[in-house]
Write a protein that binds this ligand. Structure first.
Ligand code: ATP
Ligand code: MG
Length: 387
């Protein structure tokens, strides 16, 4: 096992590299630096086309490095060919050897490294046991389900006991239930074998549940690196805020007028600690997590109102999506084109087209600059769980 260290890696597409000097070309990924410590599980996450597979292929040695340095352990591996890097990669479209049994597939990497059969056998058996494949050892890949094939692909890579494990969306071909199960297995396998892992996904649930640290990428650049809960609680910018969370953070376009936020025809009070971070006339995005939004009820005479100041917005119900335990309601804020997602208990589900008042604590608001997208303010409450 080893650390994986990227220093200022920039990659240009092959066809541009051939024709033009790198300075003229548009990079696929740009100035990427991070170190995955020995034995940790890191997840690269970001929307389709942001450069995740490019980075993984770069580490695996399947793409020459345009700029920057790559270290596996203490060794600079820029010029080291893929097969000598001692990393194992599992692709989304895993290719098992169709003419080999499960046992032969699992042991293939060891056989190639000329490990004697007597040594191979117990190693393969241990991997098969960890992955629950013992009863399938004699079968050919065509006689396995998709999930079983995926487990063989993972097992084949694990059996080599590589310095680092690179996984590119390995669960995306599985149905939802199998994906959940295999995700749990992956986490257990990592705990058992402790191999340094870099895992690529565009599924933020996988990122949140598996990672020691996540690296959020967008348009070939790192947006934020941190522990999943810390990134969720304090997203560095609007992109990260909108990407992590299911349903994602609600974002409302507003202008700070020096005193309050103006949202079309409605206005929201601004807390003193928020005001000190803003300039009069500044266009912003206000962010609020769906779980923080509720529907205002008429207060009962004896009821004590919440001590923290709450914001009220009038809105109209759009679509209603029952999810079993809870219901996702999409409402349109009056006078704005913005929609807000909120989660309510099934018994509190409003009617379609109903006019209602949304309520959320002002202290739970995130504020992002509209031009740069950078966070200007995050709720102090989230600081207590992170930093
Ligand atoms: N050889 C190439 N020539 C030109 N463009 C390329 C080349 N390889 C990748 N790209 C472009 O680089 C960008 C990043 O591609 P990459 O496959 O790394 O994205 P990704 O984050 O893995 O996306 P996905 O989630 O869809 O798999 C894409 O816009 C892709 O079209
Ligand atoms: Mg990809």
């Amino acid at each position: 096992m080893a650390t994986v260290r990227l220093e200022h890696i920039t990659q240009y597409a092959d066809r541009w590299q051939a024709g033009k000097a790198p300075s003229e070309a548009v990079p696929i990924v740009q100035d990427i630096s991070f170190t995955v410590p020995d034995g940790e599980f890191w997840v690269l996450v970001g929307p389709s086309g942001c450069g995740k597979s490019t980075l993984l292929r770069t580490i695996a040695g399947l793409m020459p490095i345009s700029q920057g340095q790559l270290y596996i352990g203490e060794r600079l591996v820029n010029q080291v060919p893929a097969r000598q890097r001692d990393v194992a990669m599992v692709f989304q479209n895993y290719a098992l050897y169709p003419h080999m049994s499960v046992a032969e597939n699992l042991g293939f990497g060891l056989k190639m490294r000329q490990v004697p059969a007597a040594e191979r056998q117990p190693q393969v058996a241990a991997i098969a046991q960890a992955l629950g494949l013992e009863h399938l050892m004699a079968r050919k890949p065509s006689q396995l389900s998709g999930g079983q094939q995926q487990r063989v692909a993972l097992g084949r890579a694990l059996a080599r006991q590589p310095q680092a494990f690179l996984l590119d969306e390995p669960l995306s071909n599985l149905d939802a239930q199998l994906r959940d199960e295999t995700r749990t297995e992956l986490k257990q396998l990592h705990q058992q074998f402790g191999i340094t892992t870099l895992y690529v996904t565009h599924d933020q649930v996988e990122a949140m549940t598996l990672a020691d640290q996540i690296v959020v990428l967008d348009a070939g650049q790192i947006q934020q690196i941190g522990a999943p809960q810390a990134v969720y609680a304090k997203p560095a910018n609007r992109m990260v805020a909108a990407f992590l969370g299911n349903p994602p953070m609600n974002l409302l376009s507003a202008v700070f007028d020096g005193d309050a936020f103006q949202l079309g025809t409605q206005s929201l009070a601004c807390l003193p600690e928020q005001r000190s971070e803003l300039a009069a006339g500044q266009p912003v995005w206000l962010g609020i997590r769906p779980e923080q939004v509720s529907i205002a009820q008429a207060p009962k005479p004896s009821e004590v109102l919440p001590s923290s100041p709450s914001a009220r917005l009038s809105a109209q119900v759009g679509t209603i999506e029952p999810l079993g335990r809870e219901t996702l309601v999409k409402v349109k804020v009056s006078g704005l084109s913005d929609w807000i997602n909120l989660i309510v208990l099934p018994a509190q589900t409003p009617c379609p087209d109903e006019a209602l008042t949304l309520l959320f604590p002002l202290s739970d608001l995130f504020i992002f600059d509209a031009e740069t997208g950078q966070r200007c303010f995050s709720p102090t409450r989230s600081d207590r769980h992170t930093s």
